[in-house]
Design a protein around this ligand. Structure first.
Ligand code: UDP
Length: 327
């Protein structure tokens, strides 16, 4: 299979490129390297370019060249999206429309889209299944929901089949230690906690201890990066077999609090981790947990690394490697 991967140099995309390469697919990655890393693209062809470059897209997406497109290139910081919505709508919406137009022109009819739990907004109930109303509360979530809606319309009008995968909290790293999370600046909990354990950071700030949860800290559903990649692979196969468009929530269905993540990191690393209490972060719901029954039933998806300590251990392997091998 020939797969076009946009954003293949980023955290999730790079793990996907590796996986598809192992599965024998021919992979072409397009990435503008605004946050990704060239050396994270471990196989296939790499092209440095931007989705805003419509001539480049038209040239790349020649009829018959690709069986499917996976789209990982987006801006993902909720707080930044509130301050700079134009940046988010330009990249996450307009540039995605360029990609879809180029696909239409080339007759590429299969698309896998990285969506997010942020499309749901403040949960009305948990765990969150696909029937939960989508009412995002920030431009990031809205930009992703807009594309989900565009994809419904494009299926109806143009027959483009898509799978929207709504990630809850992507975490962990390549178990073989070749890839991991490299955001700059890093804003995600697990890598930050591990940087505090390795000594790269003085401490970890806990954003709020007064939530309506058993220990007062926010609860999230952490899902291993390889399990996310497996869901993409299964979604790709289902599209290849002629399935219709689908949307799936992807998580383990188990929530862990910020405090529990810190304690798991202490157990995994054997290091003391200095903790600092900080105010709540804007836009953080108390509890986000996925009901992924539909993906399990329809795709046959079964997470291989559901255990929080395993997720943290893989991320710790990566942190040790990138922090200069400090024990
Ligand atoms: N969090 C925290 N301290 C940090 C970073 C994150 O307490 O330095 C909390 C955050 O408020 C949220 C959870 O950890 O409740 C997961 O945040 P992250 O940014 O990793 O993912 P998000 O849930 O925003 O997608």
């Amino acid at each position: 299979m020939n797969i076009f991967i946009v954003g293949g140099a980023g955290y999730i995309g790079s793990h996907m490129v590796k996986r598809l390469g192992q599965l024998g697919c021919a992979v072409t990655t397009l990435d503008n390297l605004s946050s990704g890393h060239r050396d994270a693209v471990l196989c296939g062809e790499f092209l440095h370019g931007d989705l805003a470059d419509t001539a480049l897209l038209a040239n790349l997406l020649q009829p018959g060249r690709f069986d499917a497109v996976m789209h990982f290139a987006s801006f993902i910081q909720v707080g930044e999206s509130v301050q700079q919505p134009a940046k988010y709508y330009a990249n996450n919406v307009t540039n995605t429309l360029h990609l879809l137009d180029a696909m239409r022109a080339a007759g590429v009819q299969r698309f896998i889209f990285s969506s997010t739990a942020a499309t749901f907004g403040e949960p009305q109930y948990t765990p969150i299944d696909e029937r939960h109303p989508q009412a995002p509360i920030n431009p990031y979530g809205r930009s992703k929901l807009m594309i989900e809606q565009v994809l419904e319309d494009y299926d109806r009008a143009y027959g483009l089949k898509s799978v929207c995968l709504r990630y809850f909290n992507a975490a962990g790293a390549d178990p073989q230690g070749e890839l991991g999370e490299r955001h700059d600046p890093e804003t995600h909990l697990i890598p930050l906690v591990l940087q505090a354990a390795s000594g790269r950071r003085a401490d970890i700030a806990v954003f709020g201890r007064d939530y309506d949860t058993p220990d007062g800290t926010c609860i999230r559903d952490y899902i291993h990066i390889n399990d996310l990649c497996e869901a993409h692979w299964l979604a790709l196969q289902s599209l290849m077999q002629g399935a219709g468009s689908q949307r799936y929530n992807l998580g383990n269905g188990a929530g862990f609090s910020v405090q529990e993540v810190i304690e798991a990191a202490q157990r995994v690393t054997g290091k003391p981790i200095a903790v600092r209490d900080a105010p709540r972060r804007d836009g953080d719901p108390a509890r986000l947990v996925a009901d992924a029954t539909l993906a399990r039933q329809q795709l046959g998806w079964a997470p291989q690394f559901p255990d929080l300590e395993t997720i943290v251990a893989h991320a710790w392997g990566w942190e040790q490697k990138t922090s200069g091998g400090k024990p």
